[in-house]
Design a protein. Structure first.
Length: 363
């Protein structure tokens, strides 16, 4: 069942990994927090994609609800979960530690059963639209719209300021993530009157979405784990309009089909990525792709990877990546999961440049 994530797995986005409905993290106070998780994506090489409060931690595993989709993820501690303050907001800047493995499509059902037994919970099944935006390919970048920044509430302003600080010094690939239902896709050809099927209406600026920014993973410990700074801002409307007004260019969309489970502070996300066929991709007057207002039948989507491989991500999120003790705890928990799955999933650190989200300047 194990596979090499660095070979033979083609991924569409490279700016952030998928996230579960809720995640956990740990902070310097030793308090574990649970918050809604936002989706996170990338766009680049052979392997890239996949990968957000409750009581004192005291060094013991967190209690994670195994029921509703709103209670799936652990708070940031390290890697996929988080460590943070009891009043840590649902959105956050944090450090993400993760490992990945390829899973053959014929092994997915078995992989889900193994993860379900290990985590002791029913997996959350999700379908997500992941919109990839690219910053200007120039040395002069303007960042976010100043008028938008002035309208932000105090609890979210620090996040937007941090993101803006990154965007004014360097262009990045950003990802917007929207959870959708299969019912929002069009009908298959055989069930519709039209020859091409009946696309389903799915406007995005009218519904809350999640913005995700990821930095290039750190070179330190690069052979052991992938580790990077990340920003997640959830439950925001008009995100597409905001990015376009800020000089970010929509480049493509992929659909993520995934299963998510949590064990202590580690979030497991098993995903595959699907492309919208060219005949269903909407374009503007200059024949450039634009955000689809309607979705084709789910059955018409095409696997991004030629072999239809899935990607398993094991991740933990640390609220303060500058705290060596927290980072150590995160790495230890992730390494434990890696060892537990030895011989089953080949979890490993991928080449960090696979996840490079920096936009190259064109002279």
């Amino acid at each position: 069942m194990s596979g090499n994530p660095g070979k033979g797995v083609k991924s569409p986005c490279c700016s952030h990994w998928m996230q579960p409905a809720n995640a956990h993290f740990i902070d310097n106070s030793g308090v574990e927090i649970s918050r809604p998780v936002q989706p996170n994506t990338h766009l680049r090489s052979t392997f890239t994609f996949a990968f957000t409060f409750s009581k004192p931690l005291k060094g013991q595993p967190s209690e994670i609800s195994k029921g509703s989709q709103q209670e799936l993820c652990p708070p940031p501690l390290f890697g996929r979960c988080h460590i943070s303050h009891p009043h840590h907001p649902c959105e956050s800047t944090m450090h993400e530690i993760f490992l990945s493995a390829a899973v053959d499509s014929e092994d997915v059902s078995r992989a889900v059963r193994i993860l379900q037994g290990y985590c002791g919970m029913i997996p959350q099944e999700l379908i997500r639209r992941r919109l990839i935006f690219e910053g200007p390919r120039s040395r002069t970048v303007k960042g976010l719209d100043p008028s938008f920044m002035k309208q932000q509430p105090p609890n979210k302003l620090p996040l937007w300021k941090f993101l803006n600080d990154q965007l004014v010094r360097q262009s990045y690939i950003l990802t917007l993530v929207y959870d959708v239902e299969k019912s929002q896709f069009g009908l298959p050809k055989q069930e519709s009157d039209g020859e091409e099927g009946n696309p389903g209406s799915c406007p995005l600026d009218d519904v809350p979405g999640t913005l995700r920014w990821n930095d290039l993973p750190d070179p330190s410990n690069a052979t052991i784990v992938n580790s990077r700074s990340a920003i997640t801002i959830a439950d925001e409307k008009l995100l597409c309009k905001l990015l376009q007004a800020s000089g970010q260019r929509f480049t493509r969309e992929v659909v993520q089909e995934c299963y998510q489970l949590v064990h202590n502070n580690v979030v497991f996300t098993l995903s595959r990525f699907l492309e919208i066929p060219p005949e269903f991709q909407e374009v503007d007057s200059n024949s450039r792709p634009k955000i689809n207002s309607k979705l084709p039948a789910f059955e018409s989507l095409e696997p991004f990877d030629a072999d239809d491989k899935w990607i398993l991500i094991a991740s933990v999120e640390v609220a303060n990546g500058n705290d060596p003790d927290l980072m150590k705890r995160g790495m230890e928990e992730l390494m434990t999961a890696k060892e537990d799955f030895k011989g089953c999933f080949a979890l490993k650190a991928a080449d960090r440049h696979t996840f490079d989200t920096k936009v190259k300047v064109v002279s």
